[in-house]
Design a protein around this ligand. Sequence first.
Ligand code: PAF
Length: 279
Amino acid sequence: MQIITSLRDIKEQTEKLRSSGKTIGFVPTMGALHQGHLTLLETAAEQNDLSICSIFVNPTQFNNAEDFKLYPRILENDIEALKKSRCAMLFAPSVADMYPETLQLKFDFGELETVMEGKFRPGHFTGVAAIVSKLFHAVRPHKAYFGQKDLQQYAVINRLVTDLSFDLELVCHPIIREADGLAMSSRNRRLSEEQREQATQLYKALQLASGLSKAHTVAEVKEAVSKHLQPFAAIKLEYFEVADVNSLQPLAEFDASDRVALCIAAYVGEVRLIDNVII
Ligand code: PAF
């Protein structure tokens, strides 16, 4: 596996690959890789001539300085995991290279930013859109792979690709879960043993909501989710939302013709986790 740390070098390499007719599958990450990332890379390698992974803990998408500071950084382990995967190239740039000057550009994704992650993490999607644009310009992928766990991020990037006419295809990969249902996330590493155990309740709450949605109102389902999580001392629910899967706008009622996303965000101890199921 080739490891590239400068923007100039990755552009040179991907330019060469493109002009020799090779197709590039790209998996952008912030590192602390888990099986979810490795599955995306596997799919990218299968569907393209080669796969490229980026690892960059992007400062501009953190609205909470402590969260940025504590985000797991284990590059050496990640490199070992990537070497065993079908990743052909790792791009791991520095902050100075990606942001030679303070980012001034601001994105406005309209109503997508007024709900859920957009509402609770102001400025987050501007940071995501900025770094993803920079990475797309550098890596110039034919296909880019994102996980469904960050459903709203996927919707924002989809908008970005459409509005800025990026010439690539986006792939949204289903959530990869631990055996007990917890959605895989780099942040799970920060959970204590007890918090890790309680964290499984987020998926259990989503399953409960999914079952209840067949015969109950949105208000009743919301009430049931909040009641379900109450006994778990480590969990502080931030939101549970019933949303249209495309617009991600909240739905007041279930309608059999809608594809609905049940989305949850909660603190488990100090660690903020998100998850969703589509029904
Ligand atoms: O999903 C992530 O890991 C990040 O938000 C991304 C897409 C790599 C941008 O920093």
